[in-house]
Design a protein around this ligand. Structure first.
Ligand code: XMP
Length: 516
């Protein structure tokens, strides 16, 4: 989508922190997009970038298969910032020389600034020095013609550079990471100072542009959307509805594996607080029946997934001619990740289990330019309540994968009651929003206990709470003992059939967040 008038294009050379560059820039209210370094020059021109950033990356510029971007970018007449590998590539492409450093520089370093303009406007020269984060093996040995040094560090005599006439700048350190304390200032100096951007990319302008796009694309056609009550699908629905009103129909499938009261509260919200057309399908029996006697985790997931598609498809067909499916694909899912050593770039995006192909639906993905925290911001701007926006992630297969082994009505009852207690205690103590997820898991074993004068032989509930940024990695949350104690006491006292509660202290990897 090229509706943004000012934008910074980042060419990705495979650094793990490339996404952070885009985030840091967007935080400054300037739109930024990531593309693989192989981006065609004509396409890049057509995007009319206000500035270009060459990211870092794991390769060495002199590797046989080193990633090299089109040198035509230096003729675009826009400011270019090279970061780490991007800095070395800029040097080589402009006629300088890069060599392997004797000592790999990794970690914190002190930057001595020699030139207080350009990227370092507003900063001071030595004796002041500034903490930055370095991570590179190669280093610049000979400057390309026209370039001068603007900062040094103990191991990098060329820690930062600028061209004396053209708007080309380069830094050996990573301004996008938090350890570079002046990182935000450096990026601000690039986008506002060198590129002349205005901080006008706001959620408000994003909504206006996206609404116009959706209207233009959809025309008078019909759109469907699977509503789950989660943040992404709620925000997608609100956004598409704002654009095309009643041409959107949402379908909510109750698969019988929802938390207590979840379906009711999701439906109540959308019915009472919005004008969305929502079809509500109660398929509890259908799903429980299809899970009857199935204990294998993958088989359970498959059956739940297929069941969803079957029901969704049947409901959608009843609506007649539908042309589009709106779904909540986020930016991290669509960035073409740059993979080296002969492998082709991968483009991964998920959709509702192959539905678009089967039903020949075109996709509308209004969130595909956004990060999760931006989706939350957008949701608030669209008027969704905080409760919906800050809901913890909940897996599509629901409680089905939190009951180890076979799913039965009785086991669902036990887990639901325990889950309510976990949620209540987490919310009351203010910890619900501090953790990424917190939930109960029902184990397929029974253990001995004693209650009153009698021996009991009952179920075990495992409590799981994790901290995470993106669910790719996670660590168990250090919940206060008092909260753990209260949750345990309440579950054992209030949930019939449970006599033991344990706390899961595994991180991901090697464990996963969910137990199945
Ligand atoms: P794992 O268990 O793989 O979970 O560490 C990572 C994150 O993904 C969620 N999750 C799912 N979400 N459909 C979903 O929509 C699924 O099938 C699914 N499985 C796991 C999980 O809750 C965690 O946030």
């Amino acid at each position: 989508m090229s509706t943004h008038t000012q934008k910074i294009i980042i060419l990705d050379f495979g650094s793990q922190t490339t996404q952070l560059i885009a985030r840091r820039i967007r935080e400054q209210k300037v739109y930024s997009e990531i593309h693989p370094y192989t981006l065609d020059l004509e396409r890049l021109k057509a995007m009319r970038p206000t500035g270009v950033i060459l990211s870092g990356g794991p390769a060495s510029v002199y590797d046989d298969d080193a990633p090299i971007s089109d040198p035509g970018i230096y003729e675009l007449g826009v400011p270019i910032l090279g970061i780490c590998y991007g800095a070395q590539l800029m040097m080589v492409q402009q006629g300088g020389r890069v060599e392997k450093a004797e000592k790999r520089e990794f970690g914190k370093a002190q930057l001595n600034i020699e030139y207080t303009g350009g990227l370092f406007a507003g900063m001071e020269t030595t004796p002041s020095h500034y903490q930055v984060w370095m991570s590179h093996g190669d280093r610049v040995e000979q400057l390309a013609p026209g370039f001068v040094v603007t900062a040094t560090s103990a191991h990098s005599p060329y820690a930062a550079l600028r061209h004396s006439e053209k708007p080309f700048v380069a830094v050996q350190f990573h301004p996008e990471v938090a350890h570079t304390l002046i990182g935000t200032d450096v990026l601000r100096n690039f986008i506002f100072g060198l590129c002349g951007c205005q901080p006008d990319w706001t959620m408000h302008s994003f909504i206006d542009a996206t609404v116009a796009d959706i209207r233009a694309k959809v025309g008078t056609d019909q759109v469907i959307c699977a509503l789950s009550g989660g943040v992404d699908s709620s925000v997608v629905a609100a956004m598409v509805h704002r654009a095309i009103g009643d041409q959107l129909t949402c379908i909510y499938v109750n698969n019988g594996l929802m938390r207590t009261g979840e379906s009711e509260s999701v439906l109540r919200f959308f019915r009472e607080k919005t004008d969305l057309k929502v079809i509500d399908v109660n398929a509890e029996e259908f799903f429980l029946k299809s899970l009857d006697g199935v204990a294998d985790p993958e088989e359970k997931r498959k059956r739940i997934g297929y069941g969803f598609i079957e029901i969704f498809e049947a409901e959608a067909k009843k609506l007649g001619a539908v042309r589009y499916l709106a779904q909540g694909t986020l930016y991290p899912d669509v960035i073409e990740s740059v993979v080296f050593r002969g492998k082709a770039p991968i483009k991964s995006h998920h959709n509702v289990g192959g539905l678009p192909e089967r039903m020949q639906l075109d996709l509308i993905e209004p969130l595909r330019e956004l990060f999760k925290d931006e989706v939350r911001e957008l949701g608030l701007e669209l008027g969704l309540p905080e409760e919906a926006i800050y809901r913890q992630p909940f897996p599509g297969p629901g409680l089905g994968i939190r009951i180890m082994g076979e799913v039965t009505a009785e086991r669902l009852r036990i887990l639901r009651q325990a889950d309510v207690i976990v949620l209540e205690e987490m919310k009351d103590s203010g910890w619900y929003r501090k953790v990424w997820q917190s939930f109960a898991v029902l184990l397929p074993i029974q253990t001995v206990g004693v209650m009153g004068d009698g021996r009991t032989y009952e179920h075990v509930i495992a409590l799981r709470a994790v901290d995470s940024k993106d669910a790719m990695t996670a660590d168990w949350s250090r919940l206060p003992y008092e909260i753990l104690g209260r949750i345990s006491n309440r579950i054992i006292n209030e949930v019939r059939g449970v006599n033991r509660v344990v706390y899961d202290i595994s991180s991901k990897p090697p464990s996963t967040i969910e137990w199945e």
